[in-house]
Design a protein around this ligand. Structure first.
Ligand code: HEC
Ligand code: HEC
Length: 237
């Protein structure tokens, strides 16, 4: 980012140089979310899913890590990245909101954080950025079938396994049929047991006996989500 230039010229950490605030238009920040976020449930999972691959135990891009409390609050090239009580002044928020030129986090190839996620991070920082001592309890977010899984099936599978057509007598738009399976593969979804669910092999594009392999292949992110849903019991409300 821009600070590199100063580091180059003066050879000291740029953290002593305040950001020219005129450059950052905080009116463009997504609003602070109204609900008070819980660190383990709402905040840490955002870091875990979007940041830790580059700012965690393996890589510390920009010498920054956000998997530990010490790392997250350590001053970096923009000064302190998190300023408790002031999300609007926190460089981390400016970065995730894309307000710093060439400083969007995560970088452009990854999916940006949503306005809601930024709103939650802001609410957490405004409330003092509390990061409890000790290990962070793992919070497993329940996959929402209606919101996250059904749309995948609808977009990629209903054409041949839906209301009008049931290739291989497999129908994926109704719970009972979907859990029963098709004519040659039988039960492909084993709720609670991803390892035994051949459904996952099929949608990973690894089943070489199935016709139309490209039609059966889902993007890795969607396969992960379907896997999580099956592991959590393949609930189908
Ligand atoms: C694909 C890798 C990648 C991901 C994912 C990523 N970053 Fe970064 N981040 C970088 C790189 C590279 C830099 C260093 C940029 C530079 O110095 O020009 C950086 C720098 C930063 C810095 C500045 C560190 C400092 O003090 O100089 C912060 C803060 C930061 N990232 C936060 C985040 C957050 C928060 C997320 C998740 C929402 C995230 N990053 C996701 C690659 C990544
Ligand atoms: C363009 C059509 C098409 C699309 C789209 C499609 N399939 Fe298929 N599917 C087939 C055909 C054809 C067969 C093989 C039927 C047979 O053997 O008679 C099949 C077979 C299957 C079977 C095995 C059924 C059995 O015989 O037991 C499963 C499971 C399956 N598909 C799942 C999916 C899933 C999940 C998706 C979405 C990611 C999907 N399919 C998308 C055409 C399609």
């Amino acid at each position: 980012m821009r600070k590199k230039y100063w580091q180059f010229i003066f050879g000291f950490s740029a953290s002593v140089l305040p950001l020219p605030s005129a450059e950052i238009d905080i009116s463009k920040l997504p609003p602070v979310s109204a609900a008070a976020p819980d660190f383990a449930r709402d905040i840490y999972p955002i870091f875990k899913e979007n940041c830790i691959s580059c700012h965690g135990p393996e890589k510390q891009k920009g010498k920054y890590r956000i998997d530990t409390r010490e790392g997250a609050f350590k001053a970096g090239s923009e000064g302190s990245n998190i300023i408790p009580g002031h999300s609007e002044k926190s460089p981390l928020i400016h970065m995730v909101a894309g307000l710093i030129e060439d400083g969007l986090m995560p970088p452009p190839k990854a999916d940006p954080l949503t306005k809601e996620q930024i709103g939650q991070l802001r609410a957490w920082i405004d409330a003092g950025a509390i990061w409890p001592e000790g290990p962070i309890p793992e919070f497993v977010r329940k996959v929402d079938f209606k919101k996250q899984i059904e749309p995948i099936f609808e977009k990629s599978c209903f054409e041949c396994h839906g209301p009008t057509k049931q290739a291989g007598s497999f129908r994926l738009d109704q719970k009972a049929d979907a859990l029963k399976g098709g004519k040659s593969y039988g039960k492909v979804i084993q709720p609670g047991n991803a390892a035994k669910s051949s459904f996952l092999i099929i949608v990973s594009g690894k089943d070489e006996d199935l016709p139309l392999p490209e039609k059966h292949k889902l993007p890795p992110k969607e396969v992960e989500l379907v896997k999580k849903w099956i592991e959590q019991g393949a609930e189908w409300p």
